[in-house]
Design a protein around this ligand. Sequence first.
Ligand code: GLN
Length: 546
Amino acid sequence: MPKYIFCTGGVVSSVGKGVTAAAIGRILKARGVKVAIQKLDPYLNVDPGTMSPYQHGEVFVTADGAETDLDLGHYERFIDNDLDRTCNVTTGQIYSEVINKERRGDYLGGTIQVIPHITNEIKRRIGLVGQNTDADVVIVEVGGTVGDIEGQPFLEALRQLRTDVGRDNTLYVHVTFLPHIGATGELKTKPTQHSVRELRSIGIQPQVIVARADAPVSQDLQGKIALFCDVDSRAVIPLETTDNIYAVPLILEDCGLGEYVVEKLQLGVQHAPELSEWREMVGQMRQVNTPVRIAIVGKYVELHDAYMSVKEALSHAAVYHNHKLEIEWIYSGDLEKGKGWNLLEQVNGIVVPGGFGDRGIEGKILTAQFARTRKVPYLGLCLGMQVMCVEFTRNVLGLEEANSTEFETSCKHPVIDLMPDQLHVSNMGGTMRLGSYPCVLTPGTKAAAAYQAEVVHERHRHRFEFSNRYREMFEAAGACFSGISPDGRLVEITELVDHPFMLGSQFHPEFLSRPNRPHPLFRDFIQAATQFEPADQPTLQFDAEI
Ligand code: GLN
């Protein structure tokens, strides 16, 4: 049976609880401990797949096809293990399960209540992570902040688990925030004390407090937190805001958290922590200073979290090539109005990421045209491949009325069309083509050169696909399908032959990039970008007006 670390958050949300949980995972993995991480989300949606990215940020897709919280992306990037659908649980899932059972008659005669029925279901879901993996330690992060009404059943379940699995097998970590009062230049511990009191009132005494702050947390303050919150003084871990999330495992380790966890959970560790490569990696991230400017042209650019994995994958690849990533966020709707083209003219590469719905779509198609005609390195991710194909059909094949049927149901040239198995789908949640599928690479292409493999597995989240009716025309006009599903039916990667790097994938390679192992497509895209000088291409005129 695994041991458990429960991570709760206090004072305010967005203090980096997900990164802290992921970082604890990393410092345990560095000792040879096998870890898995689970996120409990208190909202009523069954999963974030149906939420707007403005509400929730990116939807992270697991290999087994679950649409999950973006924190799972942090977990995978830090611990470098694939997680599965058991690793994200929502209140929506818990209630649907219990209510379905009730309707089936599983509890005939009983009154169904939050305690014990909902809490038992929560505990069952926590147990599933342990069963599906051979993890020695399962880290469970509770979304939201202690004191939220909807988080209470989760906290009650965590409280009960201390008795169920034993005190020596559980560790409660509370991540809080120390506000900085500008006038006096002080950090305040009072909100942390209140939040610990709140936790205690539901029966949980935190054993570790990670104190996040925007200024250094002095020894005095650490002592004060230890005294008032009743934790060991070495278990108060100061975590000042850092320029680089990958530095967090090193900060926690250097404050002794790894040793403390090992001691408290009585973990039989394999060896001393091996973090030297990670340390080197963070050192290199801090050293790079030659910029590589990449435009992300999308619809949710005001909220960078909506493109979390894309942003991370780009930065992993940039560091690999000894460059510092600079992102130019461009709203594709602005391009339609003739705004923002000057920004696009200054970048070394363009990414059109995934997306849904027609807002700003013409701006993305124009972006693909700009990249093709000016030979700017271009990486299209899912929708980004689809718009690249629409643009090619319109402007190279000369079929002006080309579109995706997502945006124009009865267009004359539906080069992107609904997948046949989506025709009868009526529920919106969890019904896309989701998760990892194999893709066979075409020898001699840029994709094959990047991966150095014949078959790869990549994660998907889409309903539309390239229409095979246009395949021959594309190939005759200078495009090439460098990745195809093993049955030969589905186009997975499209690239242009006579272009330094214009490639789109129907899947989302960003989910597989790791800080110490950039994804091959991102790596080669950034390589091309570092060789592209925007000023070299001034002669091609581009008409931005539509
Ligand atoms: N909306 C497109 C589709 O469903 C693209 C999806 C995506 O970019 N993830 O196929």
